[in-house]
Structures are given as structure tokens and as C-alpha cells.
Write a protein that binds this ligand. Structure first.
Ligand code: IMP
Length: 423
């Protein structure tokens, strides 16, 4: 049986948590393949909001197996806090969750280094969530990171000290303080003690066994294609492979097992943190979208930047991911507009128009070329099927399909599970 990959096509925050929860019943397994506590997947059930940072969004379904794959970086303290919060709500976590022994560990000094690195960038800050993501992936690729399986070995503490001392040297050289380290470390070791009792296994065997037994797997992406380390708006990106290929390396599954690549996009764009954003709206319109869409980061609470839908970026994301179907989220947020703009191409200062995304979005002149479409001020809230959606919204979807060549399978009309329309 196959694996389907579900991922964000923009700068993250597309609504992946809600979608995973909605489509999870079709899968026996939900697996996270990259990223870490920088992610915040929001699910709303019976009016109650839940935000997951490290744990796959299938955890609320008692029959679903959840896997944290080798491509993830895990912060033990954040992870364990999340487990406790879920257990308090009556969710069974330990039984239904498997962690890869190859998953990299975020150690406390990774967070201090993240902070120091951002501070040293001045106004060139990436706008990192400061969760230690960059430094832990750096150690992974420098071949000196600690992996989850290591916590079961006797020499773990010694290896931890070695890595921590290397980090402290760097911090000292830069004149950065590490005053909070003792507190962070005690929480870190307390959490590790608890995590030792979880199912830490060779998840690549587990996942491939599931496939050979005919079970289906949903690979749950975090962040979005435009934050991918290779294909995003570099250097304003995260440090992992957020695109479909990342699901193979982040789970140990061969490309031939991938059946669908399900891409999620909002009906408009948002971005949190710094970096290029060609369709960004700075004035009243942007604020209107931010307020209507509650566009504030679920991990950091920061206001998200907002803008019209960017089709050159979306086409690029679909191309590098091989998206087979798209899901359009938050169309209801645009209810308040009579007219809606969509960026179909970019132009430079000399009027040259291109539909391609430049490799360096920071230094290129990228101004949007807009196409105007009719809005749907009557709203989406009354619709309960594709046919009952306003005509102008369906025309908006058709325009996106024509421009990208990728069919739209689901539209979301609100935060709840029930506010989801399958075509
Ligand atoms: P980092 O991955 O925390 O280092 O952040 C790098 C960039 O990616 C920053 O601009 C963050 O705001 C952004 N970012 C990281 N994770 C997410 C996410 O889950 N949603 C949206 N943006 C994110």
C-alpha cells in the first residue's frame, strides 16, 4: 500500500493540522518527517483548540499509529510537555506513538546558539522561532549530533557533555551568555528520563512493514515549500527539506511508494518571520486579512504578514513537490472583499515580466502582476457542498486550477472538522 505526502505549498501555517485530522481516518499511520518544535499544527475539535508542535496530528484518533521520523529534530522538554497536556485531555499517547531512534535531539545549548546566531545577524535576522532548529540540523550535518536512540546507551551523558562543551566554547567566543543553561538542563534531563519509557525504535522497519502489510501511511509535513532549505526563499528558510522528497529521507521510505502528494495552500498568503514576500500587503487590506484570519503564529504568537495569493510561487511549489491535488484553506477569510487580487507573474523595474520564481528572491526585483477576480461577500459559511459554494468562489478555484494545472480536491470554509468540503 502507498504513502501519501501532505505538505504546505507556501510559507507554512497553511492549516496542515486540520487537514491531517480530517483525512487521518483513511490512513493507519501518520508520520512526521522533518522540522521540530518550530511547527504549530492547530486542530479545532468540538470548539476546543489544540496546537501540536512535535507530535503527529493523527494522535487524536485512537486507531491511528503515529510516528516521529528520523528527519525530525526533537526537543525533549517541548515533547514531554505536549505529552502531558494531551494525556490530561484523555488522549492515549504512549501506546500510539513511535519515535525513531535516529531522530536528532535538540539540546539546550542549541537554543542558546539559535538565539546568539539570530542576534548577531542584526537587521538580517531570519525571524527564527528560536527553538534550536538551525543549530541541531547543523550538528546533524556536521556528524556530531545526538540521536534519540543514544539516550538508551550508558555513555550518553559523556557524549552530551562533549557536545555541550563545544557549544559553550562557541557561545563564550561570541560573548553570549549561557546563564539559563542550568535550568534548561535540569528540564532536559527530567524529560529524557520520561522519554526513555516511550517506544523508541527503528521506525524505518516499522513503516516499511506497515506498507508491506497493506497499510497506508500519511506523511505529515511541517512548515511549507517556500521555507525549504533548498527551494525556499534562501536564506530566509528553515533548515530542513519541507518538500515531498523530504518524506523519503525523513522516514526511510523509497520514492516508489509515494502515491499522492497533497498540497495545502491558503486562498491568500501569509509569512511569519523575515524574508521576501512579493504580494505582501502593508496597509489596511493586510490588516483586515490578519484580523479575519486570526493570523498570529501558533508557536510564537507573532503577527503573520499577509498578502494576496502568489501563483508563480504556488506553481513552483507544485513543480518541485509533484503535487497531485490541492486543498484550499481559509477561503472564508476573504469573505469581506468585493474584489480579490491574485498575482499571476512578476515584473522587474524595467517592466520585464516573468512567471518564474528567481533563485534569489532577496536580491531580485520581484513585483507582482495582478489579475482581479470577483469576491464572494455572501460568504462561504452556509455552504455544505461544492455545489452550494458561491459561484464566484468556485470561479476563483477554477482560476487557480487553470493557472497551476493541479486539481483542487478539498476546500475548507472554517476551522472546525465539519467545515470542510470535499469535491
Ligand atoms: P526556524 O525554523 O525556527 O529557524 O525559523 C526559520 C524561518 O521559518 C522563520 O522565518 C520562521 O518564522 C519560519 N518558520 C519556522 N517554522 C514555521 C512554521 O511552522 N510555520 C511558519 N513559519 C515557520
Amino acid at each position: 500500500m502507498p504513502i501519501d505526502v501532505l505538505l504546505g505549498l507556501q510559507w507554512g501555517d497553511e492549516g496542515k493540522g486540520k487537514v491531517v485530522d480530517f483525512i487521518a481516518p483513511s490512513y493507519q499511520v501518520v508520520a512526521r518527517f522533518q522540522g521540530g518544535p518550530n511547527a504549530g499544527h492547530t486542530l479545532v475539535m468540538n470548539g476546543e483548540k489544540h496546537v501540536l508542535h512535535q507530535i503527529p496530528s493523527g494522535i487524536f484518533r485512537p486507531d491511528t499509529v503515529n510516528v516521529i521520523g528520523n528527519g525530525v529534530v526533537l526537543d525533549p522538554a517541548v515533547f514531554y510537555k505536549e505529552v502531558v497536556a494531551l494525556e490530561l485531555k484523555g488522549v492515549e499517547v504512549k501506546q500510539n506513538l513511535f519515535l525513531s531512534n535516529r531522530t536528532q535531539i535538540i539540546v539546550p545549548t542549541h537554543k542558546l546558539l539559535d538565539r546568539a546566531s539570530e542576534a548577531s545577524k542584526g537587521d538580517q535576522k531570519i525571524g527564527s522561532t528560536l527553538k534550536g532548529i538551525g543549530p541541531s540540523y547543523q550538528d546533524k550535518y556536521a556528524r556530531q549530533g545526538l540521536r534519540l536512540g543514544d539516550i538508551l546507551s550508558r555513555d550518553f551523558e559523556g557524549r552530551y557533555q562533549e557536545l555541550r562543551n563545544k557549544h559553550l566554547e562557541l557561545l563564550e567566543k561570541g560573548g553570549w551568555d549561557s546563564d539559563e543553561l542550568a535550568d534548561m538542563e535540569s528540564l532536559f534531563f527530567e524529560s529524557l528520563e520520561k522519554i526513555r519509557r516511550f517506544q523508541i525504535v527503528n521506525t524505518e522497519y516499522l513503516l516499511n512493514d506497515c506498507l508491506s502489510k497493506g497499510q497506508s501511511i500519511l506523511a505529515e509535513g511541517a512548515q511549507g515549500a517556500m521555507l525549504d532549505i533548498d527551494f525556499g526563499s534562501y536564506p530566509f528558510v528553515t533548515s530542513s527539506s519541507t518538500t515531498a522528497a523530504g518524506a523519503c529521507t525523513g522516514l526511510g521510505i523509497a520514492p516508489r511508494h509515494i502515491r499522492k502528494v497533497i498540497g495545502i495552500t491558503k486562498a491568500y498568503c501569509t509569512r511569519v518571520g523575515s524574508g521576501p514576500f512579493p504580494t505582501e500587503l502593508h496597509e489596511e487590506t493586510g490588516e483586515k486579512i490578519r484580523q479575519a484570519g486570526h493570523e498570529f503564529g501558533s508557536t510564537t504568537g507573532r503577527p503573520r504578514r499577509t498578502g494576496w495569493l502568489d501563483l508563480p510561487a504556488l506553481r513552483f511549489a507544485n513543480m518541485v513537490n509533484g503535487t497531485t491535488e490541492m486543498l484550499i484553506m481559509k477561503g472564508d477569510v476573504l469573505d469581506c472583499f468585493d474584489d480579490i487580487k491574485v498575482c499571476t507573474a512578476y515584473h522587474d523595474n524595467n517592466g520585464n515580466v516573468s512567471s518564474e520564481l528567481p533563485y534569489d528572491m532577496v536580491r531580485s526585483e520581484v513585483h507582482p502582476v495582478y489579475h482581479m477576480l470577483e469576491g464572494w461577500p455572501s460568504g462561504l459559511h452556509e455552504a455544505n457542498s461544492w455545489d452550494t459554494l458561491p459561484d464566484s468562489f468556485r470561479r476563483y478555484c477554477k482560476f487557480i486550477e487553470d493557472q497551476t494545472g493541479v486539481p483542487i480536491r478539498i476546500v475548507s470554509t472554517g476551522p472546525g472538522r465539519e467545515q470542510t468540503i470535499e469535491r
